[in-house]
Design a protein around this ligand. Structure first.
Ligand SMILES: Nc1ncnc2c1ncn2[C@@H]1O[C@H](COP(=O)(O)OP(=O)(O)OP(=O)(O)O)[C@@H](O)[C@H]1O
Ligand SMILES: CC(=O)N[C@H]1[C@@H]2OC[C@@H](O2)[C@@H](O)[C@@H]1O[C@H](C)C(=O)O
Length: 368
């Protein structure tokens, strides 16, 4: 059976809304995908500031923004459908929304962007709130992408996404284990902003700095890294805890970028060390690590990571750009399809929930 789906993802870097139209096929007994077209709608100042500050709104203001942002997402989906001639093709939309608050210790998470509004604006059945059921079952509600990695990227022993937050998954053969490793691009971007840049192109600024060993040790000593997985991060870890620590030390910005890049690499190696004993060693897939997310374009970070992975005999694979930039949105589309089929969307082996679950609210877009 072939499913034609749109996946919509607003990641923690707040760079924009990623849109993917994909054709997902399970007729050969396993899932395969084709990415037909993609877009990233960059946030203007209005959406950037509103989404960034949404946590501090009153309940009334939040509710208005939730609806308005849902309508805006629906309009972006309609424009995308127009531009790419997808009329009467798209069967389902899955929208992650934008994470405003994530507190798994209190069994709660909050993604803004009303799924009902998206269904109303597009007239297409829409799945939203993909994390809620897992949290209700005592899980972290994140990462949820590993189910898609199991369906679409099982040839890789490890999948790493270098987004605003870096997260890694490991194929154990039977199932998946995964967790958020550390804040990544969001912190690098905050540092690059000190030099008037949206991000550190290719990691060139970081490359020109020197490592501040005192700061590096302080970063590596943060409590989160000592916690066992399952575990996941709220954005505030990067913006408040990590950034506050860096600011206190007052390094020169290039040195801070260099130090933080090294910190990301060291935490990724530490994470791989933790996961490796459970990795599936058949077919040598534990020696293949797929890297996606905007950080895969940071050549300095990738070079440092590749060097460090050499010790483990692990090969770092950067796939085609469409996958690097859109894997999360692609997998949201798949999760929407799985929800529609009433099949699991979240793996409890990853999140620690009492069971795997069929997550997501379904909003019927068509008239009865
Ligand atoms: N050429 C480049 N050089 C360096 N960094 C880059 C480059 N291109 C993109 N990036 C980084 O990638 C970021 C975007 O990454 P991405 O879209 O994967 O994050 P996200 O999806 O918002 O995050 P998350 O996966 O945590 O939700 C940019 O903000 C920038 O920091
Ligand atoms: C709560 C939340 O939105 N978490 C995001 C965030 O961004 C990256 C990382 O932290 C990951 O755990 C998750 O997103 C991806 C899509 C996931 O759930 O797999």
């Amino acid at each position: 059976m072939m499913y034609r789906a749109i996946g919509l993802m607003s990641g923690s870097s707040l760079d924009g809304l990623d849109i993917v139209y994909t054709e997902l096929d399970n007729s050969a007994g396993k899932w395969s995908y084709q990415i037909i077209c993609t877009d990233c709608i960059a946030y203007n100042d209005y959406w950037y500031n509103n989404l960034k500050n949404a946590l501090h709104l009153s309940v009334q203001e939040y509710s208005v923004l939730h609806t308005a942002y849902g309508h805006w997402i629906g309009e972006q989906a309609n424009n995308f459908i127009d531009t790419n001639n997808l009329h009467h093709k798209v069967q389902i939309i899955a929208s992650h929304g934008h994470t405003v608050f994530h507190a798994p210790d209190n069994n709660t998470t909050l993604q803004i962007g009303d799924g009902a509004a998206i269904a109303a604006v597009t007239g297409i059945n829409t799945v939203s709130d993909l994390r809620a059921m897992d949290l209700a079952l005592g899980g972290q509600g994140a990462p949820i992408v590993p189910l898609g990695e199991k369906m679409l990227f099982a040839d890789y022993g490890f999948c790493l996404n270098l987004g605003g937050i870096a997260n890694i998954s490991c194929n154990t053969g039977q199932s998946y284990i995964a967790f958020d490793v550390c804040a990544a691009n969001r912190v690098l971007n905050m540092l690059a902003a000190e030099l008037g840049k949206p991000f550190d192109e290719g990691g060139a600024l970081a490359k020109s700095g020197v490592i501040d060993t005192v700061l590096l040790t302080q970063l590596n000593n943060l409590d989160y890294y000592k916690q066992p997985f399952p575990k996941s991060l709220d954005n505030s870890f990067g913006t408040d805890t990590v950034f506050a620590l860096i600011t206190k030390q007052q390094p020169e910005t290039r040195d801070a970028l260099r130090t933080y890049t090294e910190h990301i690499v060291q935490q990724l190696i530490y994470a791989i060390n933790q996961l490796l004993p459970q990795a599936d060693k058949t077919n040598n897939r534990h020696q293949q690590l797929l890297v996606t997310g905007g950080g895969a374009f940071n050549t300095f970070l990738i070079d440092r990571l590749r060097e460090s992975l050499g010790v483990f005999g692990i090969q770092l694979v950067v796939p085609e750009t469409a996958v690097v930039a859109n894997k999360e949105a692609l997998i949201m589309a798949l999760l929407g399809v799985m929800r529609w089929r009433e099949e699991n969307t979240v793996l409890h082996s990853v999140t620690g929930a009492s069971r795997s679950s069929i997550g997501g609210a379904v909003w019927i877009g068509q008239e009865a």
